[in-house]
Design a protein around this ligand. Structure first.
Ligand code: K2U
Ligand code: ZN
Length: 179
């Protein structure tokens, strides 16, 4: 297994639309395993393939305290969403350190395939409903900051670009032996 690099907003690759998975083979199983390892290491409770620069419709989620209840959603689609909506203070592994309120349907019914290609349906509520919708946005090239005001989004973009430049400078100094 391998830890994969998680793209950081505002990397343009986060806005690519993922393609459906058509071949359920060892490569896919390895991708799922690598995504799970990357998610647990981050740590996070969900991860979409888009975030690791793989533009296929693959999501991993684990809401368990013991981190031993991995859920895999391949080619997920929402069959039904409640009229009732709830606000959740969302974060994102691609937007580190930023949390803000996002309103979404409180319940969704999702159809997806497992890693072997078998179809299943699941009724999602509470945190699973929030997480699956957040991840499915990623597969459509959408990052949660796009639900925020342009002012907030631009401030987040500026902050993360400044951090990125600082990390690049630090890496350069270490490479030159000056740190
Ligand atoms: O897409 C991601 O970056 C994964 C998110 C999943 C998530 C987003 C919003 C709300 C719930 C889940 C990361 O896991 S964000 C980190 C995190 C960790 C624990 C609870 C909530 C968010
Ligand atoms: Zn995210």
């Amino acid at each position: 297994m391998a830890k994969l690099n998680i793209l950081r907003y505002p990397d343009p690759r986060l806005h690519k639309v993922a393609q459906p998975v058509t071949v359920f083979d060892e490569r896919l199983a390895t991708l799922v395993a690598d995504m799970a390892e990357t998610m647990y290491d981050a740590p996070g409770i969900g991860l979409a393939a888009t975030q690791v620069d793989v533009h296929e419709r693959v999501i991993v989620i684990d809401l368990s305290e013991t981190k031993d209840a991995l859920q895999v959603f391949i080619n997920p689609e929402i069959l039904w969403a409640s009229d009732e909506r709830k606000v959740y203070d969302e974060g994102c592994l691609s937007v580190p350190g930023i949390y803000d309120d996002v309103e979404r349907p409180s319940k969704v019914k999702v159809r997806a395939q497992d890693v072997k290609g078998e179809f299943f349906e699941i009724d999602c509520d509470e945190l699973l409903a929030v997480c699956i919708q957040h991840e499915m946005d990623h597969l459509m090239g959408k990052v949660f900051v796009e639900y925020l005001s342009p002012l907030k989004r631009n401030r987040i973009k500026t902050k993360l670009l400044k951090e990125e430049r600082g990390m690049e400078r630090e890496k350069q100094l270490r490479a030159n032996g000056r740190r």
